[in-house]
Design a protein around this ligand. Structure first.
Ligand SMILES: Nc1nc2c(c(=O)[nH]1)N=C([C@H](O)[C@H](O)COP(=O)(O)OP(=O)(O)OP(=O)(O)O)CN2
Ligand code: ZN
Length: 150
């Protein structure tokens, strides 16, 4: 038995602001995010299987992450649902196509917690989410590891 980790990288552009933050990031600004998704499993060994030798088709992983995360967040503005943003929300949703209202402060950390839950819920039962890495800038990134969150 050999366990193999597979990683696929995704890129998306997203705007956000950190509500109540004590620095420049309290203002609306954007990032070119880089998301690395790593899964672990055993390569399929059935000779007749169309995915012979693969833990998971990279294309299947791409479809999942695109559908559940990238399609929603790329070129979107993420708004933390707070009493202060309530007034702003209808104005933004009326004028822009992609505004996502979320129940959490949109930090790298909280985005990863959200992404992990979404990806884990859709992975086939024989494949495990091993870790995620999210770069917010070239110099700043956060990581989520399954083994840290058992
Ligand atoms: N722990 C966290 N700290 C900060 C987050 C975060 O998500 N988690 N986010 C921000 C801002 O949104 C933004 O990402 C600024 O980050 P920072 O690395 O400070 O960006 P700079 O452009 O100033 O980075 P340099 O490359 O050092 O110029 C703030 N903090
Ligand atoms: Zn930011």
């Amino acid at each position: 038995m050999a366990l193999i980790r597979l990683t696929k990288e995704f890129n998306f552009e997203m705007a956000h602001y950190l509500s109540g933050y004590d620095g420049a990031c309290k203002n609306i600004h954007g990032h070119s995010y880089r998301l690395f998704v790593t899964v672990i499993g055993e390569p399929i060994s059935e000779e007749k299987h169309s995915k012979l030798g693969m833990v998971m088709d990279f294309g299947q992983l791409k479809e999942l992450v695109h559908r559940r995360i990238i399609s929603k967040l790329d070129h979107a503005l993420l708004i933390h649902d707070t009493p202060e943003s309530k007034e702003l929300q209808p104005l933004l949703t009326k004028n822009f196509e992609k505004v996502e209202i979320v129940a959490y402060q949109p930090t790298c950390e909280n985005l990863l917690i959200h992404f992990a839950a979404v990806i884990k819920a859709e992975l086939p039962s024989n494949i495990r989410l091993h870790h995620l890495r999210l770069n917010e800038t070239i110099t700043s990134f956060a990581e989520w590891y399954d083994e840290d969150n058992k």
